[in-house]
Design a protein around this ligand. Structure first.
Ligand code: XIL
Length: 335
């Protein structure tokens, strides 16, 4: 009996992607990656710190290997990410004496960085997460108080999009964020995107990271985000999907689950239902949703094993610790 695959099941809907490291492209993971997925995103290799560790030095080896893998296997490639407050080296914001640089210097550095990275992979990366997580979770401001914001001001966001567009005019450019289903953050992100559209900034879509759990969000909350962002003429992608079996802090209060860190049958049941709901919702928005990417390959190893709690195993993906499809996988491909 031929095993169904994610990429075949969704060929009429959207590419199905996975976050990868250069090291993960050999060995048993590689077979699963090429057989199930038709898109990849570098999990860390193209972030500012990893790819541009020092002022005049780029670390191209890892990113180049990922780009070559995508090309050899006929997979789509998403670039992640050009401007983020995390995983960005200190040198970016300081001069050689350690003093904070001016707006002009930081803009020039941002431009050079984006031009070099996007330019190198021009025509090979079809979509870029240009700005990542610029909107804060709390407070009324739509701008996170990041170094980029403090030094440049709110227009660092539109500048980043303009630099990326200039470096590769055919790449699809995305704003990417998490918690996009919380009512207050959704509204702030909407205000930001609306401003960008009004200013004719070259933005094509919004990435909903999709770091969700077996408790939240609901289909209605996700649909509200999809339709609201769609109303601005933007494409929507799910860029970093995983469904944690552990509750977030506010979910712990709301749902009061028994969770001592070990996997229970109830968690598996909830996760299966959550994955079914998610893909039912994504299919319903065919045309608007132009990609769904999982953040890691299998439960063997995921970033959630150490986030937000260090050394707490998580089981957030469709393949188990032995790379075998879980019940949730079957719910997703059989529709
Ligand atoms: C995570 C990676 O998965 C980890 O390996 C790394 O240590 C930290 O970053 N939002 C994002 C991703 O946009 O880049 C993050 O990736 C997860 C949260």
């Amino acid at each position: 009996l031929a095993q169904k695959t994610l990429k075949d099941a969704y060929k009429d809907f959207f590419p199905v992607g996975v976050a990868v490291s250069a090291r993960g492209l050999t060995g048993p993971d590689a077979d699963l990656i090429t057989s199930q997925f038709n898109s990849i995103t570098p999990e860390n290799a193209m972030k500012m710190g990893p790819i541009h560790p020092e002022p005049n030095r780029y670390a191209w080896e890892g990113p180049d290997a990922i780009v070559a893998f995508a090309q050899q296997n006929g997979m789509k490639l998403r670039g992640h990410t050009l401007c983020w407050h995390n995983q960005t080296p200190r040198w970016f914001f300081t001069d050689s004496s350690g003093k904070q640089v001016s707006r002009e210097v930081l803009l020039a550095r941002l431009k050079q960085h984006i031009n070099d990275v996007v330019g190198r992979y021009k025509g090979k990366i079809y979509a870029w997460d240009v700005v990542n997580e610029a909107v804060p979770d709390t407070g009324t401001s739509i701008y996170r108080r990041s170094k980029f914001y403090e030094i440049i001001g709110e227009d660092y966001i539109e500048k980043a999009f303009e630099y990326a567009h200039a470096a590769d005019p055919s790449a699809k450019l995305f704003y990417n964020d998490y918690n996009t289903e919380s009512a207050s953050k959704r509204e702030k992100i909407f205000q930001l995107l609306k401003k960008l559209k009004e200013k004719k900034v070259p933005i094509d879509g919004v990435g909903l990271q999709g770091h969700w759990s077996i408790y939240e969000p609901t289909a209605a909350e996700i649909e509200k985000s999809i339709t609201q962002f769609e109303s601005l003429g933007l494409a929507v992608q799910i860029t970093e999907l995983d469904v944690s079996v552990h509750p977030k802090e506010h979910e712990r209060r709301a749902h009061r689950p028994t969770d001592n860190g070990t996997l229970t049958a109830e968690m598996v049941t909830r996760q299966t239902a959550q994955y079914k709901m998610l893909f039912d919702t994504f299919r319903k928005h065919k045309g608007t949703i132009t990609g769904v990417t999982f953040w890691n390959v299998s439960d063997k190893s995921t970033w959630l094993d150490n986030f937000p709690v260090p050394n707490r195993k998580d089981y957030p993906l469709l393949f188990d610790q032995n790379l075998q499809p879980k019940q949730a996988f079957h719910e997703v491909v059989d529709f």
